[in-house]
Design a protein around this ligand. Structure first.
Ligand SMILES: Cc1ncc(COP(=O)(O)O)c(C=O)c1O
Length: 415
């Protein structure tokens, strides 16, 4: 990755690109929504397909010269169908948010009602936050996680659905460490005659590998990201039953988007092919095993985890019980200095602000891509605890950063 062509034209951007690769090599990416794609996916994403306009769908394009675009998009669709088993797949959404947008546009009218999980309880902006188009376009009511257990309060969801009478219920979350009971959400949706959108952005890869229950064939619509627990490059995807296929396709194009990002769709095709290899199942299982090892390490050191543990790829720490005077941002900054990149996060019952919340969210997908097993992840957990306990002690942070460097060399990236 020398970016020699970029360097000839634009040394400033070439420097930034090279430094970004080096930053990824020299730090541990523990933002739960991040991962490292293969060089094959990078190459596909950087291909000449970026030049191609291909409005429409394979075999039905509004432009000439789409022979290879058709081939690539059909491969992405066929592989996604194999991975998740949906009747119909649309691989054109530019992102997870735009996948959700296309579902709302297809099924709702402005002013219709969305019932979704509160953002501070683990939901996502595109599920109805006031700052997002969803909050501005639709009437939104939210359900919560149980204050005691940290698990989705399915009974509360059913009660709110009864009184609110939503048009669509959204399940699937951004900062929820437990298995989602899609069947239970579907039963609530059925009881109030609402659609059910399962947004599996975070767990797309876990569902594909069978290590998390699948909402495909349960929920009316399933949306996802292609760059989190599955390593297919940045983008979104929508899956649905055949009866909604035309509505969804028309909603993505021409409803919400213009020309598809064909180079990204090539990245999706390659990443999906990689995920169809049996090795991917082992990767997904290891991702979860590593998250559990991390959770145990943090708990053994006295940190409190929302819901008391994890079933998936992420851990959410509530700092308030163990470190009442330390904020998520304090820890985020100190860990970044130590070479561990994660994010401060709101927690259920948040008492600070979204900008300086009381929690931290840690994920294992990227570490697992680098080859970390449970023992290595436990060590990372111990390093995290040292920084949490001593976030304002430069000597400790420096000491931890030296060990992080060694781990980065032991588990190399983009060699
Ligand atoms: C549950 C959920 N949905 C949607 C998205 C949006 O994905 P994107 O950033 O690709 O728009 C995210 C992103 O983290 C997410 O967590």
């Amino acid at each position: 990755m020398d970016y020699s062509h970029v360097r000839d034209v634009d040394p400033a951007v070439a420097d930034a690109l090279s430094e970004e690769v080096q930053r990824q090599r020299d730090t541990l990416a523990m933002i739960a929504s991040e991962n490292h794609v293969s060089e094959a996916v990078l190459e596909a994403q950087g291909s000449a397909l970026t030049n191609k306009y291909a409005e429409g769908y394979p075999g039905e394009r509004y432009y000439a010269g789409c022979e290879y675009a058709d081939e690539v998009e059909q491969l992405a669709i066929d592989r996604a169908t194999d991975l998740w088993g949906a009747d119909h797949v649309n691989v054109q959404p530019h992102s997870g948010t735009q996948a959700n947008m296309a579902v709302y546009l297809a099924m709702l009218d402005p002013g219709d009602k969305i019932l979704s999980l509160d953002l501070t309880h683990g939901g996502h902006l595109s599920h109805g936050h006031p700052a997002n188009f969803t909050g501005k376009t639709y009437e939104v009511e939210q359900y919560e996680v149980d204050a005691e257990t940290g698990y989705v309060d399915y009974e509360g969801l059913a009660e709110t659905a009864e009184t609110f009478d939503p048009d669509i219920i959204v399940s699937g979350y951004s900062a929820y460490p437990r298995e989602v009971d899609f069947e239970r959400v579907q039963a609530v949706a059925d009881s109030v005659d609402a659609y059910h959108l399962a947004d599996i952005a975070h767990i797309t890869g876990l569902v594909a590998a069978g290590v998390h229950a699948s909402p495909v064939g349960v929920a009316d619509f399933v949306t996802g990201s292609t760059h989190k627990t599955i390593r297919a490059g940045r983008g979104g995807i929508i899956m649905c039953d055949e009866e909604y296929a035309d509505a969804i396709d028309n909603s993505v194009f021409p409803g919400a988007q213009g020309g598809p990002l064909m180079h990204n769709i090539a990245g999706k095709a390659v990443g999906f092919a990689e995920a169809l290899d049996p090795a991917f199942e082992a990767y997904a299982e290891q991702t979860v095993a590593n998250a559990k090892a991390l959770a145990e390490t943090l708990q053994d050191a006295g940190l409190e985890l929302v819901s008391g543990g994890t079933d998936n790829h992420l851990v959410l720490v509530d700092l308030r019980p163990s470190h009442p005077d330390t904020t998520g941002k304090d820890v985020e900054a100190a860990l970044e200095d130590a070479g561990i990149v994660m994010n401060a996060n709101t927690v259920p019952g948040e008492t600070r602000s979204a900008f300086d919340p009381s929690g931290i969210r840690l994920g294992t997908p990227a570490l697992t891509t680098r080859g970390f097993d449970e023992a290595a992840t436990r060590e990372v957990g111990e390093l995290i605890v040292r920084v949490v306990d001593n976030y304002d002690d430069e000597a400790v942070v420096e000491d931890v950063s030296e060990r992080v460097q060694e781990l980065c060399e032991e588990f190399p990236l983009y060699e």
